[in-house]
Design a protein around this ligand. Structure first.
Ligand SMILES: [Zn+2]
Length: 229
């Protein structure tokens, strides 16, 4: 299947990598990661902003092309066939009958297919997997990311494995199972679930959706800013 050539730069050291060589964290910086600190070496996708600017591409044109120019996928059709994003934006004028002295808006991302903003990330992870012919995706999750991956994979005919810590809420576990994903509870914390998912990725060749660890999760969530722009 066709896929786009993607280049990443490391947000810690700035080194540039091809997606053909690196899929998750920067191999130089990831080695220095401390489990108690936010991860080093998170990758961001490089886009041809200068080229788009010199071609005079407008926001309206980007929007007409469903922002494909600013996404790391080759074809919009590879995104799930579900309505993700374009959620309502509400102006909130008062809280507990008291007028707010500034403008406050709430973006209701619970209107996404699995009821959370995590669908924005899962959608792109799923499309990337499809374009790279990977049919199984794994994630560590405390609830929302896992139920999102389960629902999105169900809609795309992909297999999902969700590894959860013992603190994960029953409602979310039920949702994960209802979508047909394989649930793997671990007796431990989110960090234990995270480590197990990384091992599973290494051993089984599954694609890994862990938040921030997979740069597609960050790319996917940016779609909310296109809606607010
Ligand atoms: Zn780096």
């Amino acid at each position: 299947m066709m896929h786009q050539e993607i280049t990443y730069s490391c947000t810690t050291c700035g080194q540039v990598f091809s997606a053909a060589d690196v899929r998750y964290l920067c191999p130089v910086c990831a080695g220095n990661n401390d489990p108690l600190q936010p991860p080093l070496g998170v990758l961001k996708v490089i886009y041809p902003y200068a080229e788009l600017k010199s071609q005079g591409v407008s926001f309206k044109q980007l929007k007409e092309r469903e922002f494909l120019d600013l996404l790391p996928i080759a074809n919009i059709e590879n995104l799930p066939p579900l309505k993700i994003g374009n959620t309502p934006l509400y102006r909130v004028r008062s809280i507990r009958n008291e007028t707010i002295p500034f403008e406050l808006y709430l973006k209701d991302d619970s209107q996404n297919p699995t009821y959370s903003f995590k669908d924005r990330a899962s959608a792109l992870v799923s499309a990337f997997a499809k374009e790279h012919e990977i049919d199984t995706i794994v994630t560590a999750s405390t609830g929302n990311a896992g139920s999102s991956l389960a629902g999105i994979c169900a809609s795309q005919g992909q297999k999902a494995y969700v590894i959860v810590p013992e603190s994960a809420p029953i409602a979310k576990l039920t949702q994960i199972i209802m979508y047909g994903a394989t649930l793997i509870p671990v007796k431990g914390t989110y960090d234990d679930a995270f480590d197990l998912s990384v091992s599973a990725t290494r051993e089984m060749g599954w694609y890994n959706r862990n938040t921030a660890y997979n740069p597609m999760t960050i790319e996917g969530k940016k779609s909310v800013s296109f809606e607010l722009f």
